[in-house]
Design a protein around this ligand. Structure first.
Ligand SMILES: Nc1ccn([C@@H]2O[C@H](COP(=O)(O)OP(=O)(O)OP(=O)(O)O)[C@@H](O)[C@H]2O)c(=O)n1
Ligand SMILES: C[C@](O)(CO)[C@H](O)COP(=O)(O)O
Length: 432
């Protein structure tokens, strides 16, 4: 069937200043601004190709089906009442999956569409007939980026007495006409030309009647509902469309939509589960002959006193790792009161924490330790310490960092009464 291509302004008469550019807001919305919605989602998406990927309205963008994004926009709109989603009879499972768990589903009903967009819209409009709304908006499920301002502009135009409202964007590109070989034959004036968007808004009874008449009397297939209103002699008011409100028509549109949503990271988008834990420990210095730090025994005239071998670095790092999966702290797993840990090598604790992390699905990305000590000097042992951490954690050395600082002779560390350590662990968790 021939598709009708009609200017929205016969005679090219409507100037730029004839558009209602005020948009709309939900504040102070009156009853006349409330609307029901018909969302058409029964197409097969032939121009998007790749049939094995399924209809485009169920393709994932930003981690969710296109239709889920679109529906959310209207469910969240304060003036939106009942919603009819027109779906294909083959897509009932896809629709149920795409909408599972959405808030406000009690306001949503699905009906089966037809072979053309026009037939699908008609099915949606008829589904509202038992309880007819005053105003209806008709929207493509494949326009997921519709904004509140665009919806508000349409709603406002209806609320101020217009029978039909069309969000549209003035054509910005120079327009060419070509012959069948792809050779340009003409440059077409773009004056008064607009790209039509959805949601298009109508007086419900007027558009239902127009659709029913068009189905029986018109010899054309209309590509949008305002064209049917024009055909029926209903005046259409242009409101402010948005370049953001794109229709996903081709495979490239879907790819670009996915990138757009990924960049904005909506709350529902699955994000890499990166977790950071920190740990702190301090032990007293008492007379002795060496200290154990990061598992390295450094000759010294003092030793660290306390739990196990009192390796503050490994204790702090053990706590940091446990923190990334909420697994408590070192004392929960190795109570200081338990005699079996007296004098134990702290490597046991770190290895145990790393095992807990891995069993929870974690991949250790980085371990960073800062030692705070006046003496002994850490610098000469730093590389050995890093290698020790890498071995214990079974990760690359460049993912292990050891730093040291003095406490500038102040406080208990400055008076050489103890050594402190702080540690940070970064872990990425899979499948959570
Ligand atoms: N028989 C149809 C055809 C289209 N639509 C819906 O109308 C909107 C706009 O149509 P379009 O982008 O043309 O979608 P498709 O018809 O799916 O695409 P194509 O023309 O490439 O097959 C889409 O939400 C689509 O699902 C519909 O409900 N029923
Ligand atoms: C209704 C519409 O989105 C307005 O731009 C569009 O006409 C429908 O899509 P189609 O690609 O023209 O079928």
């Amino acid at each position: 069937m021939r598709k009708m291509q009609k200017s929205f302004f016969p005679g090219g008469a409507t100037p730029k200043h004839g558009i209602d550019t005020s948009g709309g807001t939900s504040a102070g919305m009156s009853d006349s601004e409330r609307f029901s919605l018909v969302m058409v989602a029964a197409g097969r998406g032939e121009r998007a190709g790749e049939p094995h990927n399924g209809p485009k309205q169920y393709r994932l963008i930003g981690g969710k089906p296109v239709i889920t994004w679109t529906l959310s926009r209207f469910l969240a709109h304060p003036a939106c009442g009942g919603i009819i989603v027109v779906i294909h009879s083959d897509d009932q499972g896809l629709f149920a999956k795409a909408t599972a768990g959405m808030v406000g589903l009690d306001r949503v009903r699905s009906v089966i569409g037809g072979a053309s967009r026009q037939a699908s819209v008609r099915a949606g409009l008829k589904a509202l007939a038992a309880s007819p709304p005053r105003h209806v908006l008709i929207h493509d499920a494949v326009r997921p980026f519709v904004t509140d301002t665009v919806i508000g502009g349409v709603v406002k135009a209806l609320g101020t007495g217009n029978q039909a409202a069309l969000p549209a964007v003035a054509v910005a590109d120079t327009l060419k006409r070509s012959d069948s070989t792809g050779t340009v034959v003409d440059t077409v004036s773009r004056a008064g030309l607009f790209g039509a968007q959805t949601p298009q808004g109508f007086d419900y009874r007027a558009i239902l009647t127009a659709h029913e008449q068009a189905a029986t009397d018109a010899d054309t297939e209309f590509t949008d509902d305002c064209a049917i209103a024009e055909w029926a002699g209903i005046e259409v008011r242009i409101t402010l469309g948005s370049p953001l409100n794109t229709k996903l028509t081709t495979a490239e549109d879907i790819t670009m939509a996915d990138e757009r949503l990924f960049n904005t990271l909506p709350s529902e988008t699955p994000l890499p589960d990166v977790r950071t834990g920190n740990g702190y420990d301090v032990h007293k210095l008492v007379p002795g002959d060496h200290v154990a730090l990061c598992g390295i025994e450094i000759p010294h005239d003092q030793r660290l006193d306390g739990h196990s071998d009192a390796d503050v670095a490994l204790h702090a790092l053990t706590d940091a790792l446990l923190a990334t999966c909420g697994a408590g702290d070192i004392g929960d797993h190795f109570p200081p009161s338990d005699p079996q840990w007296r004098g134990a090598a702290s490597e046991i604790f770190l290895a145990h924490a790393a095992k807990i992390v891995r069993e929870a699905g974690g991949v250790i990305m980085n371990a960073d330790v800062t030692l705070i000590a006046e003496a002994p000097k850490i610098g000469p042992h730093r590389e050995a310490m890093r290698e020790n951490l890498a071995r214990m954690l079974e990760i690359a050395v460049d993912r292990c960092s050891v730093k040291a600082t003095t406490n500038e002779t102040i406080g208990f560390v400055g008076r050489r009464e103890g050594i402190a350590a702080i540690a940070t662990a970064t872990v990425v968790y899979r499948g959570t």
